[in-house]
Write a protein that binds this ligand. Structure first.
Ligand code: 48F
Length: 261
């Protein structure tokens, strides 16, 4: 066995992490939240060559996907979601016509591997606690270490720039709430404010999700459950086709903007 220096191990971690953090102080796209929609968007954008940083508050990405429904680690996809499962290499079974089941753990793992291998940089234990604003446009995010925010410590955050930010924090809409509370920017919703999430109706919720995946404020897109919560649409429970399709749509829209096509 080679001789191991404890200090070398420490130095390797600190210098490697600092390097990747410094490389991602300016990005094409920053994604707030590492649930299924954020992960799919990160992988799709990174695979097109964009510089992408995804910030996730918790230790693990995957958001609400791990636990399937009531902690049974199975998720359901409808016909339209199957194409993306094939694309990311997830096994699934037909349950009945129009209903497919997949292992939630395999699906999170596949989304994560695809995002990382495509070149997206994932920063876990990092909370997006505010946005950067300039001339009425969102120009980046303000991040802090989650152990600091969870402990409620009075420690200042730091800033990370992006040409576009994606709000993918799911039900709580954390980034958009900050935008509304602090910037005075009018949202692209019917009222110009957050409409609020409605109760369960998977048919209507999944149907509305793609339409709600838009640039909701200059420089800021909404994706996933955050999009439905912002536009006053329904929640949909453990059916996940819409989440992946929303991640795909937000990536396509941002690609169109950045490439000028
Ligand atoms: O909630 P989440 O899985 O978002 P999603 O991609 O998917 C929704 C489904 O899981 C489910 C559903 C399906 O039918 O309705 O709820 O819209 O993942 C959101 C992620 O964002 C993280 C959070 O820990 C989770 O992993 N997050 C939340 N607030 C912040 C954050 C924040 N302020 N900064 C960073 N990450």
């Amino acid at each position: 066995m080679q001789e191991i220096s404890d200090i070398k191990v420490t130095e390797a971690i600190i210098s490697t992490y600092n390097k990747k953090l410094l490389e991602h102080l300016q990005n094409d796209v920053v994604i707030a939240g590492g649930g299924p929609s954020g992960l799919l968007a990160a992988g799709t954008l990174a695979s097109k060559g964009y510089k992408v940083a995804l910030f996730e508050r918790t230790l693990s990405v995957g958001g609400g996907m791990w636990g399937g429904g009531i902690g049974y680690n199975i998720i359901v996809f409808q016909e339209e979601g199957k194409r993306l499962l094939d694309e990311i290499g997830v096994n699934y079974e037909k349950y009945e016509d129009g209903y497919y089941t997949a292992d939630s753990i395999e699906t999170v793992a596949a989304l994560l591997v695809r995002a990382k291998k495509s070149g997206a940089m994932i920063f876990n234990l990092t909370e997006v606690e505010d946005v950067m604003v300039s001339d009425g446009r969102i120009t980046g995010v303000v991040v802090n270490r989650s152990p600091i925010t969870i402990a409620g410590l009075h420690v200042d955050p730091v800033s990370v720039a992006a040409k576009y930010v994606v709000e993918a924090t799911g039900h709580p809409l954390e980034v958009l709430k900050k935008v509304v509370a602090k910037t005075g920017i009018e949202l692209a919703t019917p009222s110009g404010a957050i409409e609020g999430e409605k109760s369960m109706n998977a048919q209507l919720g999944e149907g509305a999700l793609i339409d709600n995946t838009v640039e909701i404020a200059p420089g800021l897109y909404v994706a996933g459950m955050a999009a439905n919560a912002a536009f006053g649409s329904f929640r949909m429970g453990p059916i996940f086709g819409g989440m992946l399709l929303s991640g795909e749509k937000v990536a396509d829209e941002i690609d169109r903007k950045l490439s000028g096509n």
